[in-house]
Design a protein around this ligand. Sequence first.
Ligand code: HEM
Ligand SMILES: *[C@@H]1O[C@H](CO)[C@@H](O)[C@H](O)[C@H]1NC(C)=O
Ligand SMILES: *[C@@H]1O[C@H](CO)[C@@H](O)[C@H](O)[C@H]1NC(C)=O
Ligand SMILES: *[C@@H]1O[C@H](CO)[C@@H](O)[C@H](O)[C@H]1NC(C)=O
Ligand SMILES: *[C@@H]1O[C@H](CO)[C@@H](O)[C@H](O)[C@H]1NC(C)=O
Ligand SMILES: *[C@@H]1O[C@H](CO)[C@@H](O)[C@H](O)[C@H]1NC(C)=O
Ligand SMILES: [Mg+2]
Length: 263
Amino acid sequence: MQFPLLLPTLLFGQVLGQTLDDPDRDHAWAPAGPGDFRGPCPMMNTLANHGFIQRDGANITRENAVNGLREGLNFNPDLSNIMFDQAIIANPEPNATYFTLDQLNVHNLLEHDASLSRSDAYFGNNHVFNQTVFDETKKWWQGPIINANMLANSKVARQLSSKAFNPTYVFTQLTEEFSLGEVVAPVIAFGDIEAVTVNRTLVEYFFENERLPTVLGWKKREDVISLSTIFHATSVLRNATSLFTDSKAVLSKRKLSRNSHFG
Ligand code: HEM
Ligand SMILES: *[C@@H]1O[C@H](CO)[C@@H](O)[C@H](O)[C@H]1NC(C)=O
Ligand SMILES: *[C@@H]1O[C@H](CO)[C@@H](O)[C@H](O)[C@H]1NC(C)=O
Ligand SMILES: *[C@@H]1O[C@H](CO)[C@@H](O)[C@H](O)[C@H]1NC(C)=O
Ligand SMILES: *[C@@H]1O[C@H](CO)[C@@H](O)[C@H](O)[C@H]1NC(C)=O
Ligand SMILES: *[C@@H]1O[C@H](CO)[C@@H](O)[C@H](O)[C@H]1NC(C)=O
Ligand SMILES: [Mg+2]
């Protein structure tokens, strides 16, 4: 997912005619079968597992993406169109009109190092969920509610681990923009966007099962998610990735420790 980079002109891109939601359509979860395509995005995999986009993960057109993101998550079409525009480079064919989930696997195109739940390509499979990597990530989510600081810490920790141990580590400023959107995505889908918090149980269930956490009481948002909704959350996350504090925070901590030890 990649939100913050977008040129304002893209906002006025094409908006497709909306088809009516069919309340009878079956969105039961089923894992990918043999021959189905999946990729490095836990949410696109999830939407395929529920049939919000085609279950085989192949040939996802603009209309498929816009409808799937609206029906599954209540994303507004403008936002989904922007995301599709950014994703279509995954299909190497000139003037492609669709992409297939496994086309997202190409390393250093859209897929990048230091993911929260996937290994760096250097160490192994860069697109299948990796429990070892995700356990490293979860270490930083210290509480039943994940906040922006914890999300930022897990992101920075994954980058530091890659920078230290992966000699092919690549993470550009462009990667950073994509990564911020991805790391805050669980808040967008399942959390409190204003507060930039999300229930950890729901997030873990989502990553580990590639399934919407409906059974845990989650429901699709009633308010439509737009680019401006997301912008706030990515800004808070971006700030939280800084390793600096202001001096007030440091002073008040010193004061606190002085009081508690010598007070
Ligand atoms: C057109 C729609 C989308 C496309 C093409 C797409 C594509 C991608 C790609 C290529 C990655 C891999 C980046 C990496 O970690 O190396 C990714 C990661 C991710 N995406 Fe998506 N995405 C889409 C929509 C969404 C949505 C709607 C959400 C949730 C609201 C989402 C959540 C995530 C998360 C959480 C990750 C990070 C996984 C990790 O770090 O292990 N994506 N996406
Ligand atoms: C659909 O996707 C499959 C797998 O990527 C591809 O082989 C096939 O040509 C595509 N079909 C169409 C109609 O584009
Ligand atoms: C792709 O689109 C461009 C611009 O419309 C066109 O000039 C070009 O011929 C197209 N390429 C193919 C392979 O269809
Ligand atoms: C999972 O990730 C770790 C760390 O990058 C790696 O050593 C391991 O080979 C990966 N497992 C698989 C199945 O790719
Ligand atoms: C998080 O969600 C789970 C599953 O619905 C629920 O049992 C738990 O009470 C929630 N945690 C918090 C802190 O709200
Ligand atoms: C992020 O930090 C900048 C610079 O300190 C500040 O101006 C801005 O208001 C902060 N943004 C958010 C969303 O907290
Ligand atoms: Mg990756």
